[in-house]
Design a protein around this ligand. Structure first.
Ligand SMILES: CC(C)(COP(=O)(O)OP(=O)(O)OC[C@H]1O[C@@H](n2cnc3c(N)ncnc32)[C@H](O)[C@@H]1OP(=O)(O)O)[C@@H](O)C(=O)NCCC(=O)NCCS
Length: 184
């Protein structure tokens, strides 16, 4: 059995490195769940364990991505993933991505906490200056989680995402290092 060493922790949640066993669990299927991918550019083509494994291996070895697994401490359940992507080491920026794929764990404040943790990681550990996130306007929990960490809406893109016959508009949000709101 693999022993978990939390990479970062807060309250009922910790973050650790992603593993092959995560792929063999529920991870790949989250991307086939229309409710989970509702406001994301995912779930358009069917996902498979093989595709998910390839993504995990590529993101874990890439110098422009940091990918972490979100774990519920009490049950040891892998409930989602969070990451910084397209890391630009010159301009010191990156794009935040988050998915809590296990819907039983929605609405408990974990998204807000994890959003804060990965932003803290970006500023305190890899010395970023700016972190951004694209958020579909209807994705209220994401907008609230972003706002709680100090992200601001700096632009709006109409018809950003085409899903199930509908175009969705998106906000471009970002936070600069000195705007970051640290949560307890
Ligand atoms: C978006 C996501 C990360 C939010 O995580 P979560 O743990 O469900 O959200 P939280 O419980 O932390 O809630 C964050 C805020 O949204 C509010 N909220 C949660 N669910 C809500 C809902 N269904 N309707 C309205 N507000 C809601 C919470 O009250 C909280 O607001 P507060 O800080 O003012 O109290 C998670 O639902 C998810 O991964 N969804 C699928 C993938 C996705 O959309 N990723 C984000 C792409 S930008």
């Amino acid at each position: 059995m693999t022993v978990d060493t939390p990479f970062m922790e807060r309250g009922e949640i910790y973050l650790r490195e992603p593993r092959e066993s995560d792929v063999d669990g529920a991870w790949y299927a989250w991307l086939n769940d229309p409710e989970v991918t509702r406001y994301q550019d995912k779930g358009i083509f069917p996902n498979t364990r093989e595709k998910q494994r390839a993504y995990m291996q590529s993101a874990s070895s890439s110098s422009s991505d940091v990918l972490l697994a979100i774990v519920h401490r009490e049950t040891g359940t892998h409930i989602g993933n969070v990451g910084l992507h397209d890391i630009d080491w010159v301009h010191r920026s990156a794009q935040l991505g988050i998915m809590i794929g296990s819907k039983d764990f929605w609405g408990r404040g974990y998204g807000r906490d994890v959003w804060n943790m990965i932003t803290e990681y970006g500023f305190d550990r890899i010395n970023l200056n700016r972190i951004y996130a694209w958020i579909i306007k209807e994705n209220v929990p994401s907008l609230k989680a972003a706002e709680a960490s100090g992200y601001k809406i700096v632009g709006e893109v109409p018809d950003y995402l085409y899903k199930n016959g509908v175009y969705y508009s998106a906000y471009y949000t970002n936070v600069l290092r000195d705007e970051f709101k640290r949560l307890e």
